[in-house]
Design a protein around this ligand. Structure first.
Ligand code: GDP
Length: 542
């Protein structure tokens, strides 16, 4: 339903209920490199929320589900998780939203976009490996948004690197100060547990039975069991190291934590379920509830009585029976209600949201209401684009979600000219959905699109979906470029500098010039030769 009148705020608005809902909510995403244990940690966290009865159910559920979408088929074949989902669970009086970022090496723009909807991030680090490439990249995105980072150093039950060295690596390499909340006693075969820095209690490492919640045994400082259960030399070393850390580090300043400058650090072992509950407890205490978000009207408080939110991800064909498209909306202010009329900021239209859904992994249920920090799924009749704002009351538009600079480029060839129309429709729709960025040659006789992505997986998904959803086959021809730059001032600015060397000029879907380079060196060379040319790594928001 589309009308031109302004939607009125709900007459039965309950400010106290909104304030309570916001203060109990915590929303976060896990950032990690593949294999660090994200799936394992997620399962254990859900166990405490009572969201699943048995750890292992997250994966098992997916396997049982034979009839998933075509797209899921690709995930199954490759044994990876492409789709971001949202897991909501209640624990200790809090409502937790875990925004699940896709966990694969070939990560895609969706991984970044999910972080745009997160208020906190948990950085999961493998104790044997320390910082790894994907973690570093995702950390940079968190830093851009100044998201609080909680570090969980995992796999302490296995031989790992020296804990002091791991903390030092995070501080030096990421420029992120650390505040260890607990400190490990031994590692690998000699891992005995952790010392809780604030209480000085010793939490004994015991392997929890598979699928069970664990209650770490706490031994207070004077407890004689401490000597009995833990070798003196290991305990002494841990105490010494912790003293070192305490001597060198700053205080646990919540303001700095919330500004993304100071990271509380935890040691544990997700697989054996050690340290997960203490982590969750401390996380709920230290993480920030949904906070004000920047818009064209200034920061919007989550307690603003009127609803507002933005689309951070689109996904097609989650349900093969309906061939639907879902827009994921992060609620930012007010209370969202089913059947609500909201204004779509970009078009100015009013839309009735009749079947909002809550997503739990791949399951969906219709929701009656949602609060700031929550994510809802809306059936998308093709109207929503990534970054779109929905609101009631006075007009507000959130800052767009930036595109990310593509690093992989390939011609997408259409071997079957008679299928040109479907081919073009498919490419355009996938581009609009944000599955991939699309560029074109400046020579109009070369009509094939150039796909531009941040991860190889995006290209495969496009090919797969073109075939399954649009019935067209395609062929990829990799292009030997790794860097893209948009030109400020467009074609006139580019024409004014004359001929360029060592780069290829192409145009994007909005006919803006884009320069492609083989490497950073060529880019720097061009910048030196033409200092007046202003270049940007990401496409300007349209
Ligand atoms: P993801 O790729 O980050 O989702 O990682 P997974 O959760 O799938 O874990 C990767 C591998 O590490 C699996 O074989 C897990 O069983 C293992 N793993 C995860 N956490 C731990 C841990 O705390 N200790 C040990 N020893 N192995 C772990």
């Amino acid at each position: 339903m589309v009308t031109s009148s302004s939607p009125a705020p709900a007459p039965d608005f309950d400010a106290a209920a909104l304030a309570a809902a916001v203060s109990r909510r915590r929303n976060f995403a896990i950032i990690s490199h593949p294999d660090a244990g994200k799936t394992t940690l997620t399962e254990k966290l859900l166990l405490y929320g009572g969201a699943i009865q048995q750890a292992g159910a997250v994966k098992a559920k997916g396997e049982q589900r034979k009839v998933t979408s075509d797209w899921m088929e690709l995930e199954k074949q490759r044994g990876i998780s492409i789709t971001s989902t949202v897991l909501q669970f209640d624990y200790a009086g809090s409502t937790i939203n875990l925004l699940d970022t896709p966990g694969h090496q070939d990560f895609s723009e969706d991984t970044y976009r999910t972080l745009a909807a997160a208020d906190n991030a948990v950085m999961l680090v493998d104790a044997a490996k320390g910082l790894e490439p994907q973690t570093r990249k995702l950390f940079e995105v968190c830093r851009m948004r100044r998201i609080p980072i909680f570090t969980f150093i995992n796999k302490m039950d296995r031989p790992g690197r020296d804990p002091l060295e791991l903390v030092d690596e995070i501080e030096q390499e990421l420029g992120l100060a650390c505040w260890p909340v607990n400190w490990p006693i031994g590692s690998g075969d000699r891992f005995r547990g952790v010392i809780d820095r604030r209480s000085q209690d010793l939490l004994l490492f015991e392997r929890a039975e598979r699928g069970r919640q664990s209650l770490e045994r706490r031994l207070a400082p004077g407890d004689p069991d401490r000597q009995e259960r833990v070798e003196a030399e290991l305990l002494e070393l841990a105490v010494e190291e912790l003293e070192l850390v305490e001597g060198a580090g700053a205080a646990l300043d919540l303001e700095r934590v919330h500004a993304g400058e100071l990271s509380p650090v935890f040691f544990g072992s997700a697989m054996t379920n050690f340290g997960v509950r203490p982590f969750l407890d401390a996380f709920l205490e230290l993480a920030q509830p949904p906070v004000a978000r920047e818009s064209d009207q200034g920061p919007v408080d989550p307690l603003r009585p009127e609803f507002s939110g933005f689309v951070f991800k689109l996904q097609a064909n989650m349900d093969p029976r309906h061939r639907d498209r879902v827009a994921f909306v992060r609620v930012c202010s007010g209370r969202f209600e089913k059947d609500m009329n909201v204004r779509h900021a970009r078009s100015g239209r009013t839309i009735r949201l009749s079947r909002p859904q809550k997503l739990f992994g791949q399951d969906r249920e219709v929701v009656d209401d949602a609060y700031p920090g929550d994510v809802i799924g809306l059936n998308n009749p093709g109207m929503f684009a990534i970054g779109d704002t929905l609101y009631t009351g006075s007009r507000v538009e959130y800052e767009g979600i930036p595109c990310f600079s593509p690093e992989i480029f390939a011609w997408l060839r259409n071997p079957n000219p008679s299928a040109f129309k479907s081919f073009r429709k498919g490419v355009n729709e996938l581009r609009e959905e944000g599955a991939v960025q699309v560029l074109y040659d400046t020579d109009p006789s070369k009509r094939d699109p150039i796909l531009a992505a941040v991860g190889q997986l995006q290209l495969e998904v496009v090919q797969y979906r073109l075939e399954n959803e649009y019935g067209v086959t395609s062929r990829l021809e990799p292009l030997d470029f790794n860097v893209a730059r948009w030109v400020s001032g467009g074609w006139p600015a580019l024409d004014s500098v004359g001929r360029l060397f060592n780069c290829k000029t192409v145009r994007d879907a909005w006919d803006r010039p884009v320069l492609l380079f083989r490497n950073d060196w060529n880019l720097h060379q061009l910048q030196e030769d033409h200092p007046a040319l202003e270049l940007h790594g990401v496409a300007p928001v349209v």
